[in-house]
Design a protein around this ligand. Structure first.
Ligand SMILES: *Cc1c(COP(=O)(O)O)cnc(C)c1O
Length: 402
């Protein structure tokens, strides 16, 4: 018998294709920004997490170059052995200052920060309550921890309270997990209510600020600041790879929490420290977030402008074409246009691409319903937003006519 133990891979891929769930990668060319190139063609970029347009900013690039010159390319070891540089500590202090927390700890990615933190805070005897739409890294961290994991319906604090009433007492520690800005919808978690429940039921609260840091709050500290919860007992996790334009993740909170994680988070201890270039770029970005609030204001102005255009346009297009298109509620620079099926959203994405617009189609199983997911940047110009709405109208008409 010559059985092939990998034969199932082909049929698994066939199933993925049949469901229109197949994905592939494509290269973005040129420097990050509101306009990039794909396959040699300039496209308007509505698909990056670079909310403040810092990934292509000269100040970050110079900081990364200078750090590379000074320290070399790799950090050459785990932070606790040989990977620590003065830059890491400077970055951690800058993050703690932005977040108004006692301390912060930098990880090699946001994903790893969540895996490491969740699995260090709870174990077998403990309980995790998690929003059903939480990011993969929180869900995987919960599994890794070995705790009992219960999901509550998206943002449903009534159900969360019921679950706490039913299950809290039978467990040692309890951890509530939530994204602050939900990455595939753009809505916010009900933070004050979650915090009140955490306090009532003696539970820890971990908030993933990946899409909020640099974006929300008066000083750009995130959703915690936006909701006036600065200084409260919250474990704040986030990434350096979105509005901060670099790579890496962090946890911010009490000095005791950070000290504990430095000693117990496997995702911090057993991985190589963040590279000097990434660390320096993130440090430059935090400084810009703190010193240049106008950048954030410009981002929000763009959000308001595009929302105001898309609301009536989506209604009008739903009425005049054979495809329902709905702008989902959002309180962030993530705007989603929900479209009927995976096939339709793919087609719409292709038509927009032909019109010079990069707006990724997001499909199940990543999200329950297919959608175009637009992310706005501070560096989008008025004319870019107009180009998008024009291209969307035309793409919808083409679909209808053709
Ligand atoms: C992007 C993201 C992460 C992962 O961050 P990386 O630094 O890219 O690994 C974690 N949580 C949420 C909510 C995210 O959107």
């Amino acid at each position: 018998m010559t059985a092939n133990p990998y034969a199932w891979l082909e049929s698994a891929l066939t199933t993925i294709h049949r469901a229109d769930w197949y994905r592939s990668v494509q290269a973005i060319e040129g420097r990050s920004g509101a306009v990039v190139q794909i396959a040699g063609q300039p496209v308007l970029n509505f698909g990056s997490n670079d909310y403040l347009g810092l990934a292509g900013d000269d100040r970050l690039i110079q900081a990364a170059l200078a750090a590379t010159q000074a320290y070399g390319t790799g950090s050459t070891g785990s932070r606790l052995v040989s990977g620590q540089r003065a830059l890491h500590e400077q970055l951690e202090q800058a993050i703690a200052s932005l977040k108004q927390t006692e301390a912060a700890l930098v990880f090699s990615s946001g994903y790893l920060a969540n895996l490491g933190t969740v699995s260090a805070l709870v174990g077998k005897r403990d309980l995790i309550l998690s929003d059903q739409y939480n990011h993969s890294s929180l869900k995987q961290g919960a599994v890794l921890s070995g705790a009992t994991v219960l999901n509550y319906a998206h943002c449903d604090v009534v159900q969360l309270q019921q679950l706490l009433e039913q299950h809290r007492e039978r467990h040692r520690r309890c951890l509530l997990l939530t994204d602050s800005v939900f990455s595939m919808d753009g809505d916010l978690c009900p933070l004050p209510e979650l915090l009140a429940l955490a306090e009532t039921f003696d539970a820890m609260l971990l908030v993933d600020e990946a899409h909020a840091t640099g974006v929300l709050g008066t000083t750009g500290a995130g959703c915690v600041e936006h909701f006036g919860c600065t200084g409260r007992a919250i474990v704040q996790v986030g990434t350096l790879s979105k509005a901060l334009g670099s790579l890496g993740g962090y946890v911010a909170g009490s000095a005791t929490l950070i000290d504990y994680l430095r000693n117990r988070a496997a995702g911090f201890i057993y991985t190589t420290g963040l590279s000097p270039a990434d660390t320096a770029a993130a440090l430059a970005a935090v400084t810009i977030v703190q010193q240049d609030p106008d950048r954030r204001a410009q981002l929000w102005q763009n959000v308001t402008q595009l929302k105001q255009a898309l609301q009536p346009l989506s209604q009008q297009l739903t009425a005049t074409t054979d495809t329902a298109i709905t702008l989902l509620p959002s309180e962030s620079p993530i705007l989603c246009l929900q479209v009927g099926s995976p096939a339709i959203v793919l087609h719409l994405g292709t038509l927009l691409r032909q019109a010079g617009i990069f707006a990724p189609a997001i499909r199940p199983p990543t999200v329950p319903t297919s959608r175009l997911r637009l992310t706005l940047m501070a560096t989008h110009e008025c004319k870019h937003l107009q180009q998008f709405t024009t291209a969307l109208s035309q793409a919808m008409q083409v679909r209808w006519d053709g």
